[in-house]
Design a protein around this ligand. Sequence first.
Ligand code: G6Q
Length: 552
Amino acid sequence: MSADAAAARPTLTTHPAWHALSAHADDMRGRSLRALFAADPSRGTRFTAEAAGLYLDYSKNRITDETIRLLAALARACRLDERIAAMFRGEPINTTEGRAVLHVALRAPRDASIVVDGEDVVPGVHDVLDRMAAFAAQVRDGRWRGHTGRPIRAVVNVGIGGSDLGPVMAYEALRHYSARDLTFRFVSNVDGTDFAEATRDLDPAETLFIIASKTFTTLETMANARTARQWTLAALGDARAVARHFVAVSTNAKAVAAFGIDTSQMFGFWDWVGGRYSMDSAIGLSTMIAVGAERFHEMLAGFHAMDEHFRTAPVERNLPALMGLIAIWHANFFGAATAAVLPYDQYLKRLPAYLQQLTMESNGKHVTLEGARVDYETGPIYWGEPGTNGQHSFYQLIHQGTRIVPCDFIGFGRSLNPIGEHHDLLMANVFAQTQALAFGKTEDEVRAEGTPERLVPHRAFEGNRPTNTILAERLTPHTLGALVALYEHSVFTQGAIWGIDSFDQWGVELGKVLASRIVPELMSADDPPPAHDSSTNALIGRYRRMKAGTER
Ligand code: G6Q
């Protein structure tokens, strides 16, 4: 092995802290949550932490004080504190793209100062927020008129990935606070059905498109933007209508102008904002139009409160660090390949989809920052659905399957729609599920209920299945900001331990390049057979025939 390759070998699993955790995990495998709770009546209040309006109960994980001590030692060995400080200082910690990672600057208060390349970025952030606020107010109160003089009634965000998932999640999450006289739609998929269904019942004279694309080159978004322009012009019959019906959110002023949107109607952001970390930048324009600038700023304050907690709290009391380290404990020492996020709030129905991108695009990496192949597992697969729906579908596997699935349960003290006893029924399920997962039901307990012997194994629950419970008083913009920042920094913590770049996404490139080669091959039926592998050739051939109607 060359000296360079040897130097690039990952060192994580050689840390004494890793070995200590490995030995400790062997010990913990034989211990049950029943026994741990029985031995320590204060466990349910001791293994908790609170910040930015969120209460985290992590007692129902297979951990002890020793586990936390060892995980904190691992965090120190991996210099988590230095990584955090480097991010907040604006150092280019996204090394494969040579960029700073400063989504925390997007929610810094007006009087803060964060200097990148000799420039304080905070005034620029607030300039854009102020422009967004002025524009959002005009749309909300009807001063912003469409080309024919009618006020805007529908706002369509056109974007994909980080330019879609945040806006749609935040809109759904904050719908309670939204302007109900405006309709919001989100078009992301290049499948024409997405555009067709999103606009089917909209009136072009009253519709505003937000073209949200950091690069303004993304194939899907540009295709949908062109379709939106045609749809608008076909109805309004005048190219000048673009000025009243299109605004852009981008870092690429040249491409925005080339598309035909005046750059005075562009809301900018910066290359130190990653797509999946951008919902609180101008990418959140649809959110701001929906809930107004004041609520948007409340959300930013929630993000900022969690940022400050993450930056300053010791690991043992640091919610994102604890959640990240416990996720490592499950993924690397208990073989958990997936993790479920289960919000018990209908407004958070898109949170699992949002977190899938945040977690998996960030930490689905197989090489370290130095380019060495890792010799440990990295990002688990995130998935989930709002409770209680999930209980009637996949919870079976979480309770009695052969795999360990660590779960985050998210619930609120008060409903935004208090109807009868619904909220008590909802929250009873949160507490019951985490109880059942932790403590299960022994075969003896099942027998004692008079269960026939042949059914006893089927009706027993092993328990010992790990959960976190996150509680907040109510779903507010502030809570949403704190919750998203909690996951952002938990992802950061995991990436810092694994020594990977959580802020690039090279893994999405290859498919894009191959698709751009195949597009012309699909558009022409007369071209010679394509020269790919035999499977791809046959599939393209069949597609051409289906398209021509010669294959049925
Ligand atoms: C997120 C990714 C990715 C990106 C989309 C859209 O972190 O970078 O999901 O957000 O590919 O990119 P544009 O905003 O440039 O269109």
